[in-house]
Design a binder for this molecule. Sequence first.
Ligand SMILES: [Mg+2]
Length: 212
Amino acid sequence: MPTFPNIKDLKHFEVVFFDLDNTLYAYDPAHKAALEATLIKFAYEHDIDMDTANNLYREARKVINHRLHGQAASHSRLLYFKEMIQALNHHTRFSDALQFEKIYWQHFLTEMQIFPEALKLIKQLSKRGIALGIITDLTTQIQLQKMKKLKLESYFKHLITSEEVGVEKPHSTIFYHALNLFDAKGETCAMIGDNTKTDQGAEQVGMQFFLV
Ligand SMILES: [Mg+2]
């Protein structure tokens, strides 16, 4: 369980932004369970063993991450699974990538659980009338599903995704976009996240960064 800043350190801010993945819930267990379930199915359907499936996945992710670096689609499971099918030369089966993507996210969403400490802080901030936003890398479709699963919709005024803005954190554009939506100045806002490389980019626009 990550350690969150105290409400006392946050009460003077107008807006508090949160990162989503691995800040509000634990990413690794959800990803691990989802990937395993998907690769078991992939290995069975393409008649390969699990080691081969795992290697194919890692290689496919590397190719897509490299090609689409800095864009929301660099995290697209659909693209990873399509790339795996392509690596096997099973070209007539590209559309299978759709079902693997579905299996992956179904398992992921089932596994994910909000950190109780995060929910406590969100409720405290919300009670004090502090506006809340999420700034996250990835596609809007899946991030909205995660918000829904974690029952967070009623607390947050805006969800800002890298897909909507065209750049990922730590690019200052995504943080400026967030400030514009709230009509707020950076100095009056806080950003809470688990990643110093990406989330800490909030400091470029004057926000105070809190690492969890
Ligand atoms: Mg994160």
